[in-house]
Design a binder for this molecule. Structure first.
Ligand code: 4AD
Ligand code: MG
Length: 430
């Protein structure tokens, strides 16, 4: 019977055939161990000389890495392997013989692996990261659908710049100028006024000349936007959402987390409520920790975020940043207009900011003034201002960066491993 590796648990003691690739191989005079993968998982195939035709054993010993195969054998429980099963191989049919596969089991440099990303994705570790990424996406749809949100798709080609004009990818749109979306937020605000609670999940683009372990040029963002939600409501939703995706990965990706050697005790603690610290208190905390390079009004860099996060064992909200540091649309604190009703959520263990969010300005005149102060072209934002002319309501939202969140949950150092084909400074290949 044809099956997949993920399904062998339902066929213990039976003979099955699996379409697969040879990931790795070890053999001696009497036995060959084949590491087989089929996309759904990895399983060890055991070929014993005494149990198969001579010709099959010879074939097994000569198999080359990444050759594609149909392997037939009997499923056995294997308590020593984390996967729990192995295959007693009876027959091997070669579909396509690979030769000189470039990624060998030895160590390779990062640039070499990045040049071979189209093949590197096949490795066990990359496979595990992609499965966790997929679980995050699945759990995101589950969470927002259960909470009554409607998925809305904002455009990718836009005429506006929510997060500032310095990091835009410019393109021609026939005779007009257009930009690749930095964030779908402004459109999601319009959607929230039509549908109440909405979320988007899509690619976003930032022409940032940053070469850090947290920056991609193209990344995927989940952007919920909620009518009638104020600052505190927004934070509560965020901690519930982040806890849900972490707990879903723990539940559904235990094998992948094992492959990644992730310390899950830290993830198990990720349940509401999360701590909050104001920007003011964060500055004071940094001074106490010896960061004398930072003053009120400065933005935090990665070392600052890491130092703040170290004081907490769960993700932590940094709230009420100076108005001057944040985009034009954020609602100033009514009691203290020099700060805004915003929060960044900082992941533990040095993974930095995973969410940026805020309450939005809902007063027409204030928003118009803020657009002017930011020298933004009012004509391009006419429609956005109109949202404040027809039944404006308090509303809030946030954006979670998928890749940074995957990096944190997987415990991988660099975001380049968390997206199938990363777009980085100086890298558009493959
Ligand atoms: O903080 P940001 O810039 O916020 C926004 O774009 C808001 N308009 C979102 C909203 O309120 N709807 O970006 C949100 C998140 C960051 O916290 C980070 O996780 C991720 O997007 N992010 C990046 N991830 C990878 N590479 C980059 N260059 C990123 N820039 C932001
Ligand atoms: Mg941000």
């Amino acid at each position: 019977m044809k099956t997949t590796i993920s399904n062998v648990k339902n066929h213990v003691g039976e003979q099955v055939t699996i379409g697969c690739w040879l990931a790795n191989k070890r053999s001696s005079g009497k036995i060959a161990f084949l590491q087989l993968r089929d996309g759904t998982g990895f399983i060890q195939g055991v070929v014993e000389k005494s149990k198969v035709d001579e010709e099959i054993f010879k074939k097994a010993k000569q198999l080359t890495q990444e050759s594609s195969l149909y392997v037939t054998g009997v499923v056995r429980v294997d308590e020593r392997s984390p996967f729990g099963y192995e295959l007693g191989v009876e027959n091997i049919e070669i579909i396509h013989e690979a030769s000189d596969y470039p990624i060998t089991p030895k160590e390779h440099g990062t640039e070499f692996l990045m040049d071979n990303r189209h093949l590197w994705l096949r490795s066990k570790r990359q496979h595990a990261i992609m499965k966790v990424r997929n679980e995050l996406i699945r759990a995101t749809y589950e969470f927002f659908n259960d909470q009554g949100f409607v998925k809305v798709d904002p455009p990718i080609l836009t005429g506006s710049a929510p997060e500032g004009t310095t990091e835009l990818f410019h393109t021609k749109y026939f005779d007009e100028d257009a930009y690749l979306s930095q964030s779908g937020q402004l459109y999601m605000e319009a959607a929230a006024m039509a549908l109440g609670k909405v979320f988007s999940f899509g690619p976003t683009f930032r022409a940032e000349k940053s070469k850090t372990r947290r920056h991609l040029i193209e990344f995927w963002m989940i952007e919920p936007e909620m009518a009638f939600y104020q600052f505190e409501d927004n934070l509560q939703l965020q901690e519930q959402y982040v806890s849900h995706i972490v707990q879903s990965v723990l539940k559904n990706c235990s094998l992948e987390l094992k492959t990644l050697e992730r310390d899950i005790s830290k993830l198990e603690q990720v349940v509401p409520p999360f701590s909050k610290i104001t920007y003011d208190d964060a500055i004071a905390l940094l001074h106490k920790k010896g960061f004398n390079d930072i003053a009120w009004g400065d933005d935090f860099g990665s070392p600052h975020e890491t130092a703040i996060a170290e004081s907490f064992d769960k993700p932590v909200f940094i709230t009420h940043y100076p108005t001057s540091l944040k985009p034009f649309y954020m609602q100033p604190d009514p009691n203290r207009p020099e700060v805004v009703l915003c929060a960044d959520l900082i992941a533990p263990e040095g993974y930095g900011e995973i969410i940026g969010g805020s309450e939005r300005i809902h007063d027409y005149h204030l928003l118009k003034k803020r657009l002017e102060e930011h020298h933004l072209d009012e004509a391009a934002y006419k429609w956005y201002l109109e949202l404040r002319q027809y039944g404006s309501v308090p509303h809030s939202g946030f954006g979670l960066g998928l890749e940074r969140t995957v990096a944190w949950i997987c415990g991988v150092e660099h975001v380049r491993e968390t997206i199938p084909f990363p777009r980085l400074l100086n890298r558009l290949y493959p």
